[in-house]
Structure formats: structure tokens, C-alpha cells
Design a protein around this ligand. Sequence first.
Ligand code: NAP
Length: 249
Amino acid sequence: MTDKVIIVTGGSRGIGAATALLAAQRGYAVCVNYVSNREAADSVAGQIRAAGGRAITVAGDVSKEEDVLRLFTTTDQELGRVTALVNNAGILEHQSRLDTMSAERITRVLVANVTGSLLCAREAVKRMSTRHGGQGGAIVNLSSMAAKLGGPGEYVDYAASKGAIDAFTIGLAKEVAAEGIRVNAVRPGLIYTDIHASGGEAGRVDRLKDAVPMKRGGTAEEVANAILWLLSEESSYATGTFIDVSGGR
Ligand code: NAP
């Protein structure tokens, strides 16, 4: 068993895939979670194995408790006790104003982004906390600059879910700080991934990039670098804190 074991939720594409690949380079055995795109998850795990690393893929919807339980027990059995969790899986839906959003859509977004992250963190704490016989660990949550900017006219439901992630990061960090677990978050800005197509505008980053102080969108790898730093011993005195990876936006 490898000492360092990481679960990356939504590790099949975008920021999660970049994080899974970088974690493998840093010596983690990696569980690549995905919800439906098996081919993408297999590609990430295949790249890790081809470079000599250890990786498994586990399908599972983080908004479903039974899937989260299976994600963690499979990792226990195949890679060993988890030492790092990246709560990366997240969704947004078509750009729209609140006055046209259905209750079902709002619930889908909040459950996937908030409940999913809370359930995964709960399972990680049970395994990492010295209170439960664990050796400690680190959790990084994916928030968003939308938590500060609010997503008006596009997705205030998504922005609200990321505001909840910020509050949860601060609270859980304090709750488990004396039990060997650090909990931090990154707030990406405009990053080139598929998520913008999910909102109905694949070219959103290019439309908005001139309003970014650095005048460009970011890459998934630039976000992964911040995540891996927060997971590493180099950030050993940081908990309940945030890194905005947003080009100054
Ligand atoms: P993405 O390219 O759309 O990829 C989403 C990933 O999450 C995929 O691997 C997908 O799996 C997985 N996923 C979606 N719903 C899931 C569920 N219910 N259970 C498990 N996995 C699920 O997204 P991204 O842009 O990389 O975003 C990653 C995180 O960063 C999200 O939390 C997002 O809110 C945050 N973020 C992104 C940006 C940005 O500009 N890209 C900015 C701020 C914050 P499949 O491949 O199986 O579909």
C-alpha cells in the first residue's frame, strides 16, 4: 500500500483530471471518481499507470450517499486509507436568471455541489481523524470566484452553492484542526474546461477574459498546482484558508 492515497471527485475531466495527474506525479495513489464519462476516467488512470503510478477509477454520483460510501470503501480496499480528498465534482446548469429557474434545477445544483462535498468530507474525516484512529490528512474544496461575484444573470444558484462551500471550509477546518486534518479551498476564476459548455456558452472564458486583470483565462493545471500545494506539507500551518486562482479577477 502507498502511504499517500487521494480521492479526486470528478477526476475524469477538467480541473479534477489535472489534479489527479499532478497528484500521481507527487507520489499519491489516486482514485479517479467520475459520474458518467468512463472513457475520460480510464484515460486519466491509464496515463497515471503508464507513468508508473497507481490509479483506480470509481463511478459514483457524489449527490447519492450510497455512491459516496462505495467510493470510499472501494478506495479503502484497493488503495488503502485515504490521506487526501479533493472535493472537485461540481455542476452548473444553463445560464439564466433566478426568476426562470425551476425548483428541481436549484435542488440539483445545491445537492451535487454542497451535499456531495459534505458527504465526501464526512467519509474522509472518519478515516483521517486521530479521533477515529486515523493518521490525519488534508481536504481541499473547490469553491469559485462566483462565491464572491454572485453569478448574476448566469447562475446565482451555483454561486450560492460555492458560498456554502466557503462557509463549510471554514467550519470544518476549525472542527477537525486538532485531529490532524487541514481543510482549505481554492476559488478558480475563468478556467478553460468543459463546464462553460454545460452552462450553454462554450466560449465564455474568451468572451470575459479581457475583464480579467491578467487579460487571460486560466488552465486546469494552474488550479491543480494550488490544490497540490494546499495538500502538501509546504502548507502545514494553513487551514480554513483560500487561494483565489483567478488572474486577479
Ligand atoms: P468540468 O470540466 O465540467 O468537469 C466536471 C467533473 O465533475 C467531471 O469529471 C464530471 O464527471 C464530474 N462530475 C459532475 N457531476 C458529478 C457528480 N454528481 N458526481 C461525481 N462526479 C461528477 O468541471 P471543471 O470546470 O473542471 O470544474 C471542477 C470544479 O471547479 C467544480 O467544482 C467547479 O464548480 C469548479 N470551478 C470551475 C471553474 C471553471 O472556470 N472551470 C471556475 C470556478 C470553479 P464526468 O466526466 O463523468 O461527467
